[in-house]
Design a protein around this ligand. Sequence first.
Ligand SMILES: [Zn+2]
Length: 494
Amino acid sequence: MVKFKGKFYITTAIDYPNSAPHLGQAYEKICADAIARWHRLQGEEVFFLTGTDEHGLKIQRAAEAAKQSPKEFVDTQALHFRELCEKLNISNDRFIRTTDSEHIKVSQEIFRKVFDSGDIYKGFYEGLYCASCENYITEKELVNGKCPYHNKAPELLREESYFFRLGKYQNQIIKHIKENPEFIQPEGKRTEILNRLKEPLKDLSVSRSSFRWGIPLPNDHKHVVYVWFDALLNYISGIDYPKEKFKKFWPCDLHNIGKDILWFHGVIWPAILLSAGIGLPKRIFVHGFINLASGEKMSKSLGNAVDPIALAGTYGADALRYFLLREIPFGQDGIFSEDLLKKRYNTELANELGNLLQRTLVLIEKNCSSKIPEGKTDAELAKRLNLEKIKSNMEKLELHFALAEIFSFIAHCNAYVNEKQPWKLQGEALNNVLYSLADSLRIIAILLAPFIPNTSEKISSQLGVRLGNIDECKFNLLKSGAKTNKAEILFRKI
Ligand SMILES: [Zn+2]
């Protein structure tokens, strides 16, 4: 085992389960999962949280439409999101639901803390409200009179409400963002938030009295906690605030979120934490959106969403994970199409990776009676693996570059086979080539484990070795004489 190297706490946004999971939600979990698994590979103690955000008007309405109580409705819906995690092989340590009783308790406790610090007062709120955003929207944000994210016109709403003194924390938040360049990334998003913070912050309405489906305010049961105030608190209730796990894992190392909710995470969340006397998370990373090849945005509201569970069923979880992680530069928008997926599947997964394993194992079976031969890994080939670059890519969250670098090494291994032509060799020369290939594949399996974990397990088991950790990404550690297993096709061509 590698020695303990500290803790790593990572979260995704929690999903609003008013309809079936979509590809964007799958993508966010896959990225977070690859990062979580990478940190486990480094020997860190990781806590990875995901879950569902189950309160609010939109849920109440969706439940009414389904002729169910809100609780019955979310109980069923949450199952689909758990299924999504299972089908995609997401290694979350907990699946939190904001209807969990401990979460409700923590939300009320934090509301009380913020209230007690004098940051909450009662007033009236009137504004344009987008029910899909669960939020008021300003005139300025509208595009042709409609919410730019949901393409729907907002409604005018007026209600009695409690307000949070968001403005009180404006300067502190600006200072924090400026002094901590890592706090909001990528850089463009950080600049965007700093620009928006040039305008004075208005106080935030943090309660609703116009509907019932929410957490009752501890001081006024006519009101429920505003769904965003409640939702953000999952990041601390999910690690048992204020108990042992919270003490160990907070502050969060990485909140992985979409760009439509950056304002809540970059401004409102820090303000709540400051008011409650809790430290701020270390890093908020904003990933891009997935668009269709036609250039259209993919969204539930537009009805053109792709079903990630069905895709994983057709191509396998690893193929979908690989495609999304490799195709879309983490932090930028990207394009999804099944044609692009099939292309990468056939060329990179089936031809490059699959064939390398297949031909190596068949040669070992034929020439060495399915035993790893005595040998030494070719020093020139070994030099082609740039482990430091992969590590640095992962630290900078350049997941796509890390994968590209691993696949560049796979390409070198294939070129090495073609150059050495092992089928024409014998004796020590042949043994060294086969040992080099098997040893390289052993390392490739370790490095791919965060991205395509099932495939990594398969490669290791066919090679007859245990899947190692990052300290075992060194050449010549493969034991000679170990029995290899029968070559099985990793990715059948489509
Ligand atoms: Zn909206």
